[in-house]
Design a protein around this ligand. Structure first.
Ligand SMILES: C[S@@+](CC[C@H](N)C(=O)[O-])C[C@H]1O[C@@H](n2cnc3c(N)ncnc32)[C@H](O)[C@@H]1O
Length: 578
């Protein structure tokens, strides 16, 4: 820490004490490159011992802003702490009119001088990164949210400044100049990082980021607060860094905010606060750092589908995440639930066939999992490559940004990796539980059919069919054979599966064969006919072997087949709800 910053910190601590706050003598403030100012205890501390008491006198609360700007608490522009943020921007950046007086004569600039002087001017969260640095987040949750939050802050600021210009004629000139700077600029060209006045957008952005990185919920000190997002600034307590496992308590007693660690501390331990169960995306955007092994980490699979599909999925009993709409459905992937049931079911729904109306079948579930696995695998690959920052980029971005981006990417990749592994496990357990018929076993048991393959195409095992990529064709041939065998009624050692025969009959009843179908199946048909009945008449010489039978078998295949991608094993699934 520079000497100047150290002086500012000491001034802040002294001022807070003069204003009635107390800091236990075992708490000392230190500085590190990695996490800035933080507190250490230089002796053991018992659990539940109140270490810091901050006087109400020094808190920056919303009432100061509403009083100063003459805004009603329920004013529609008074959302997201907007007026309080503007108030803090004025405290920090207004050099023309440095005295801010409230209606009852409190000189706010004087009052919070040491606190405002201490607040960091340069923030390290992505809102303050240069364009090359920001581009490293392209395609990530953080990148998407960064743009979205930037836009909404911009709109929030525009509404505030418009009100300011109407209400306060002496600020209107600066306000209008600041508003005009943004006219005609596209989103990507917003490189406004320089504070030109307290009414400028960068001044507001700075104040908003001070709130995301340092503010506390206002309800801690005011029971009547209805809006849980309403915030206040609590000097001194905001010098504590975050640990997601830290057990802490905040309470408001006798006009003081008490900070109490709910665990004992050893001499030399860092005295942490707990900012809440935040994901790395939340930490990165709000605070500029991420935690490896963050148990609250989260990422999303976002899908865009029609409104009608959302309605149909709900009708099927799938509980969609809150806010699901045709704009997007965000399925949350966390460490605790890296493969949410509703995501699995929604993918099953997406591959539903007409013949599977009103139920989720094993085939839908397995096929849906295959589609999902492919998307998740793309995400894993994306984070693998995106996480490797190329050397040409490395010269344009700061090492601290590279470090935080790499760490963020790695954690996101881990979540998707766990999701991918979980898909494999679920597929395995579904197959184990429902034990669907394996085509490999079918062939092993149907010796005459297997012999016929050997004599005609020279193939003697399932694995060779896989190698030659002809499993699907042979499956169609076997379906037609099974139906003929069944219709023959002959006593045979081979029993065709009843559900295959039933499915074939059902398709046969409703199918309308088109010219396109015939053209599609013609090449396959020609490979088997007329040679098969000539060579092996005992199987192919009686029954129905027309091209139509193969077209029907094709639809049967769509309805009953599932190929496990890990080993290309083909399973035949009965249609039943799971
Ligand atoms: C409430 S302030 C804490 C005091 C701050 N370190 C300072 O220098 O004033 C929050 C900021 O501290 C830093 N910080 C907090 N917890 C951290 C952690 N576990 N690892 C790295 N930086 C952390 C981040 O820069 C964050 O934006």
């Amino acid at each position: 820490m520079s000497g100047n910053q150290e002086t500012k910190l000491n001034n802040l601590v002294e001022w807070s004490k003069q204003q009635g706050s107390s800091i236990d003598s075992r708490v000392v403030f230190k500085y590190s490159e990695a996490s800035g100012v933080h507190a250490i205890v230089n002796d053991d501390v018992q659990e539940s011992f109140s270490l810091i008491q901050v006087s109400k006198n020094i808190l920056i609360t919303p009432d100061y802003a509403t009083d100063y700007f003459g805004v009603k608490e329920n004013d529609p522009t008074n959302i997201n702490n907007s007026w309080l943020q503007l108030f803090v921007a004025k405290l920090k950046f207004d050099t023309n009119e440095p005295t801010i007086l409230t209606t009852d004569g409190v000189n706010c600039s004087e009052k919070w001088k040491h606190y405002i002087d201490y607040l960091p001017e340069t923030l390290n969260n992505p809102f303050w990164w240069n364009e090359d640095e920001k581009s490293l987040l392209k395609g990530t949750d953080a990148g998407i949210l960064l743009n979205r939050q930037y836009q909404s802050l911009l709109q929030e600021w525009q509404s505030l400044i418009t009100v300011i210009c109407q209400k306060f004629p002496n600020w209107a000139t600066i306000g209008n100049t600041e508003l005009a700077k943004l006219q005609g600029l596209t989103t990507s060209k917003h490189k406004l990082n320089t504070v030109t006045s307290w009414l400028s957008f960068p001044a507001y952005l700075w104040a908003a980021n001070i709130f995301t990185s340092r503010a506390f919920p206002y309800f801690i000190i005011n029971d009547h607060v209805k809006d849980l997002n309403q915030a206040c600034l609590i000097p001194i307590l905001d010098l504590l860094n975050h640990k997601h496992t830290a057990k802490v308590g905040w309470s408001y007693v006798d006009h003081q905010v008490n900070f109490v660690p709910k665990q004992s501390l050893k001499s030399g331990d860092e005295l942490f606060n707990n900012y809440g169960d935040k994901s790395n995306t939340g930490l990165l955007l709000g605070y500029g750092f991420v935690l490896e092994n963050n148990e609250f980490d989260e990422t999303f699979v976002t899908l865009k589908v029609d409104e009608s599909q959302i309605t149909d999925a709900k009708q099927l009993g799938i509980k969609l995440p809150e806010g699901a709409s045709s704009i997007g459905i965000n399925f949350s992937i966390t460490n605790n639930d890296c493969l949410p049931e509703n995501l699995v079911n929604f993918f099953a729904f997406l591959v539903q066939l007409k013949s599977e109306k009103a139920m989720i079948t094993l085939r839908m579930k397995l096929d849906g999992l295959t589609q999902l696995a492919s998307i998740i695998n793309q995400k894993v690959e994306f984070y693998k490559t995106q996480g490797k920052i190329n050397t040409s980029m490395a010269s344009k971005v700061s090492p601290s940004v590279i470090k935080v981006v790499k760490s963020y990417m790695l954690c996101q990749k881990k979540l998707f990796q766990s999701c991918f592994e979980e898909i494999g496990k679920l597929e395995k357990s579904l197959l184990k539980k429902h034990k669907p018929l394996s085509f490999k076993t079918v062939l092993k048991n149907d010796k005459p059919f297997m012999n016929s393959l050997l004599l005609t195409i020279g193939v003697s095992s399932y694995d060779t069919l896989v190698k030659q990529k002809i499993v699907d064709q042979v499956f169609l041939l076997w379906v037609v054979r099974s139906v003929n065998l069944f219709n023959d009624g002959e006593k045979s050692s081979v029993k065709p599966p009843q559900f295959i025969v039933d499915e074939f009959k059902q398709v046969a009843k409703s199918i309308v064969v088109t010219k396109e179908d015939v053209l599609e199946y013609h090449p396959l048909y020609k490979t088997f006919f007329p040679s098969l009945p000539q060579k092996i008449p005992e199987i192919y010489g009686h029954g129905e072997w027309g091209i139509k039978q193969f077209i029907i078998a094709g639809t049967v295949a769509d309805r009953v087949c599932y190929t496990r991608s890990a080993n290309n094993e083909l399973f035949l699934l009965e249609r039943k709800a799971v």
